[in-house]
Design a protein around this ligand. Structure first.
Ligand SMILES: Cc1ncc(C[n+]2csc(CCOP(=O)(O)OP(=O)(O)O)c2C)c(N)n1
Ligand code: SF4
Length: 341
C-alpha cells in the first residue's frame, strides 16, 4: 500500500503520523515509529480508539511521533503497565499500545512488567531495547549482555534479563523479538500483536547510535547484522481480507488469531513451532549460548482468555453505563450482606 493509498476506513498514511521526532538521527526508535505508522495504517485502526501509553525514556517519548489524534498518556518511569491496565479495564473498546524501553521495563519497571505479562490484558507492548539508558546518557540497562563493553570501556559483569524469557516464564500469550531495521519482519508482527486478544510482547532490538553502537556492544547495528537468526518469514492477513491459501504445506504454518486474522509463518531457517512454550524457552537459551539473537514469533497462545473477559467486565466502556447498570441489585446486595454477617 503506498503512502497516498487510503486504508479500509478511508484514511491516508498521513493520518497515522505524529509530531516530528526530536531523537538522534539514526536512532533505531525512529525506524520503529515508521513501522508502527505503517502497521496501524494497514490495519485501519481508528485513531480515536487508539490509546498510546508509555513511561520515561527516549523510547517512551516516541508515542508523540505517531497518530497524533489518538489518546496518549506518558506515565511515570516503569509504571506504564498500571496505566494500561486501568485504561483497558475502563474501556474495552480501546486499542492499547504500550511503548517502553529496556530500562523502563526490565530495570525500574520489572515488577509492573511481569504482572502485566501474566494477566493477559488485551494490549500490545513494545520494548525498544537498546541495552542502555539512552535518555540519561548511556548507563548499562538490565538487558545489556554480560561482558558487553560500554562506550567508555567499562565492562558489564551482570547477567542480562531477557524480557522474552521473563514473559514466557509467566505465561504471556504472544511473545516475539525483532529488530528495528527489519520492517519486513516487524510490520506483520506488530499487526498480529494488535490483532491478538491478550498481551502481545515484542522485544525490538533498537540500536542507540549515540551511546551503544560501538565495538564491544551487543546492541549495535553491526553486531545485530552478524548475529540475527530469523525464525521465519512472516505475513499477516487481517480478518477482513480474503483468506488466501498457500500451497506449500511443508513450509508454511498458519496461526489463526482470536479475531479471525491469520498469521502465516513461512519457515526459513529453523523448524520452530510457535505454539510450544517450553520449546520457545529452550530456543532462547540455546541461541543465547551460541551468541545468536533469535528473531521472529517465539510463542503464541491464541485460545487464552484475556484479563477483562476472565474478570467478567462489561463489554461497554464504563463511562457509557448508567447508574442502574453500575449499582448492585437488591438481591445481590442482600446476599452480600448475609455473607458478611
Ligand atoms: C523514578 C525515576 N528514576 C530515574 C529516572 C531517570 N531516568 C529517566 S529515563 C531513564 C532510563 C531510560 O532507559 P530506557 O527505558 O532503556 O529508554 P531509552 O532512553 O534507552 O530509550 C532513567 C533511569 C526517572 N526519570 N525516574
Ligand atoms: S540517546 Fe540513544 S536512544 Fe536516545 S535518541 Fe539518541 S540514539 Fe536514540
Amino acid at each position: 500500500m503506498s503512502a497516498l493509498a487510503l486504508n479500509r476506513i478511508g484514511l491516508a498514511r498521513e493520518a497515522y503520523k505524529g509530531a516530528a521526532s526530536t531523537l538522534c538521527a539514526g536512532c533505531g526508535h525512529n525506524s520503529i515509529t515508521n513501522h508502527i505508522v505503517k502497521a496501524l495504517h494497514d490495519l485501519g485502526v481508528e485513531p480515536h480508539r487508539l490509546a498510546k501509553l508509555s513511561g520515561i525514556g527516549c523510547s517512551s517519548k516516541t508515542p508523540a511521533y505517531f497518530v497524533d489524534q489518538a489518546h496518549g498518556f506518558n506515565g511515570l518511569h516503569g509504571r506504564m503497565p498500571a496505566i494500561a491496565t486501568g485504561a483497558g479495564l475502563a474501556d474495552r473498546e480501546l486499542v492499547l499500545l504500550g511503548v517502553s524501553g529496556d530500562g523502563d521495563s526490565a530495570s525500574i519497571g520489572l515488577g509492573q512488567f511481569m504482572h502485566l505479562m501474566r494477566r493477559n490484558l488485551d494490549c500490545t507492548y513494545l520494548i525498544e531495547d537498546n541495552g542502555t539508558y539512552g535518555l540519561t546518557k548511556g548507563q548499562f540497562s538490565a538487558t545489556a549482555d554480560i561482558e558487553s563493553v560500554h562506550k567508555r570501556g567499562t565492562v558489564n559483569h551482570y547477567q542480562p534479563i531477557d524480557p522474552c524469557a521473563v514473559a514466557l516464564a509467566v505465561g504471556t500469550t504472544f511473545v516475539a523479538r525483532s529488530f528495528s531495521g527489519d520492517g519486513r519482519q516487524l510490520v506483520p508482527l506488530i499487526k498480529a500483536a494488535v490483532a491478538h486478544r491478550g498481551t502481545a510482547l515484542i522485544d525490538i532490538i533498537s540500536p542507540c547510535v549515540t551511546f551503544n553502537d560501538h565495538v564491544g556492544s551487543t546492541r549495535s547495528y553491526s553486531w545485530i547484522k552478524d548475529n540475527d537468526a530469523g525464525l521465519h518469514d512472516l505475513s499477516f492477513i487481517p480478518y477482513y481480507e480474503e483468506i488466501r491459501v498457500d500451497y506449500e504445506p511443508d513450509q508454511v504454518q498458519e496461526v489463526e488469531l482470536y479475531d479471525g486474522s491469520t498469521l502465516v509463518l513461512s519457515k526459513l531457517s529453523e523448524d520452530h513451532d510457535a505454539t510450544d512454550r517450553v520449546g520457545a524457552i529452550r530456543l532462547l537459551e540455546e541461541s543465547r549460548a551460541r551468541g545468536q539473537l533469535v528473531t521472529g514469533l517465539l510463542y503464541v497462545d491464541e485460545h487464552a482468555r484475556d484479563f477483562a473477559t476472565r474478570e467478567r467486565l462489561a463489554e461497554r466502556p464504563l463511562r457509557d453505563l448508567g447508574e442502574a447498570e453500575l449499582r448492585i441489585g437488591r438481591d445481590d446486595f442482600d446476599r452480600l450482606m448475609a455473607e458478611l454477617m
